[in-house]
Design a binder for this molecule. Structure first.
Ligand code: HEM
Length: 466
């Protein structure tokens, strides 16, 4: 069991283990651990709206794509964003990701030469923030350049996570707490999400004032293949459909990228590295795949997304690490619609809050087998087609159904390009001796299950491409 997980995850695991598939963890709130429940709650056509807990993830009284509790409005809005986030559209951003992986590798090289240990969780977040900045505004925000929290936005995000997670339990407090936090305590810039929103608006204003004055290196080097940023795409959509895709939609889209686009990817990258370092046999197997792909010319110096798709063990490791450590660690709460619903053999009337915690689902032995609690990437390669399809249906690091993560392809692009490259070029060793039977990996759960101070020592590999 991981140390330091938030009380809700612990409570859910512990009690589910002891008391069966339905756990009441608050008034009218139930966490479900039953292989049939996912389809009922999140399945196609299910009309289970998000619970009031989500209201604190946006400004009081206004919708955001992530927090919207209105099923119909959410579906309408989501359709308008969908294309921009599709995999086919995201492939064009590979040069942006390469630009950041180059810089990330440079930084790791410097740090390895300095012989310092490194908080890899933080460096992965610097990487993810710069990628999302480039994709959103065609501008690297400078996290990798400076190696620090630019504009204090990472700490503002941490503040937002704590606020939204805790105030969300008493959502009627949100308008008051939001006022106190931002108007009385937060100064001119506000705190938490309000601060991140100001940061977002500044980036948007800078882009609007001088879109051409902030090229990334990619645009300088490959001036014929200028990649259109999300912001530019949002603006074009607004120009052609000003009535339905408003200025507010542009703001919500950019803010969502800032809020959801860095922590989650960084957590997932950290989990992948942690599980590999604490399972040397898996690391060795993946290294062999990476090295031989590189030597056979099947993996470029800057690995492409397409190349990474032909590396089965890499794909299995990513899936398995995200199964063991999904970035969100609370039940994905939904409200039972009119007519009620029978879940795990029990009838829940309309208005009951029910949800599945991906940490619980991912350790269900009826789905993932008797060793569900063990990191074993081979499960994704050895399973027969029925077993594989069962596991895939219940693999939910990105959520499930109509509210599934809209940004997942961005993350997968970043992860699948970065992991083979750093494994090829660097050696990593966890600074504290690690006992994988206890799984010592300190985390903090405020919706995102964030690793804290994951210190790693770096070395350059002989295999390194540079
Ligand atoms: C490995 C990385 C990521 C993980 C594990 C992750 C996880 C999730 C999960 C579990 C949900 C569903 C939450 C729920 O049902 O309550 C979600 C929704 C969402 N994610 Fe992600 N996410 C990741 C990356 C991103 C990125 C890069 C972006 C944006 C650039 C993003 C934007 C969103 C948005 C806007 C939603 C709400 C979608 C909706 O309600 O329609 N995520 N994410």
């Amino acid at each position: 069991m991981f140390l330091g997980l938030g009380w809700l995850v612990f409570l859910t695991f512990g009690i589910v283990g002891l008391y069966g598939p339905i756990v009441r963890y608050g008034p009218n709130r139930y966490s479900i651990n039953d292989p049939h429940a996912a389809k009922t709650i999140y399945g196609l056509g299910a009309q289970f709206a998000k619970s009031s807990w989500y209201s604190t993830w946006g400004p009081p009284g206004r919708w955001t794509i992530f927090a919207d509790q209105n099923v119909h409005r959410h579906a309408q809005n989501r359709r308008m964003y969908q294309n921009t986030y599709s995999m086919s559209s995201l492939i064009s951003y590979e040069p942006y990701v390469d630009e950041c992986t180059d810089l990330f590798s440079d930084r790791l090289r410097e740090l390895s030469q300095a012989g310092q240990s490194v908080d890899m969780g933080r460096w992965f977040q610097n990487y993810a923030f710069d990628v999302i900045g480039l994709i959103t505004y065609s501008r690297r925000l400078g996290f990798l350049d400076q190696g620090e929290d630019i504009g204090g936005v990472i700490s503002a995000l941490e503040n937002h996570l704590t606020y939204a997670t805790l105030v969300g339990i008493f959502p009627w407090l949100h308008p008051i707490c939001h006022f106190v936090q931002n108007r009385l305590l937060g100064g001119e810039r506000g705190k938490g999400r309000e601060y991140v929103l100001k940061f977002t608006l500044e980036q948007m204003a800078a882009f609007k004032a001088a879109p051409k004055s902030m090229p990334s290196n990619v645009e300088i080097e490959q001036s014929e293949t200028v990649v259109e940023s999300f912001l530019s795409k949002f603006q074009s959509k607004h120009s052609s459909e000003p009535g339905s895709f408003t200025q507010y939609h542009i703001q919500v889209g950019c803010a969502a990228n800032m809020v959801a686009g860095s922590d989650t990817t960084a957590i997932s990258l950290t989990a992948i590295l942690y599980y590999l370092l604490s399972h040397p046999a898996s690391l060795e197997k993946l290294r062999k795949e990476v090295d031989s792909s590189f030597q056979d010319g099947k993996l470029s110096t800057k690995p492409t997304f397409k190349e990474s798709q032909s590396m089965p063990y890499l794909q299995a490791v990513i899936k398995e690490a995200l199964r063991m450590h999904p970035a969100t660690g609370l039940p994905l709460e939904r409200v039972v619609p009119p007519g009620g619903a029978t879940i795990a053999g029990r009838f829940f009337p309309e208005g009951t809050v029910v949800g599945i915690n991906s940490w619980v689902e991912h350790r269900n032995t009826h789905i993932f087998g008797p060793d569900a609690g063990t990191f074993r990437p081979e499960r994704w390669l050895d399973a027969d087609s029925d077993q594989l399809s069962l596991m895939n249906r219940h693999w939910m690091p990105f959520g499930l159904g109509s509210r599934t993560c809209i940004g997942r392809h961005i993350s997968m692009l970043e992860i699948t390009k970065l992991v083979p490259r750093i494994l090829r070029d660097f050696d990593f060793a966890i600074v504290e001796p690690i006992d994988s039977s206890k799984g010592i990996f300190n985390t903090h759960n405020m919706w995102f299950v964030k690793p804290s101070d994951f210190q790693v020592r770096l070395g350059l590999r002989a295999q390194s491409s540079q």
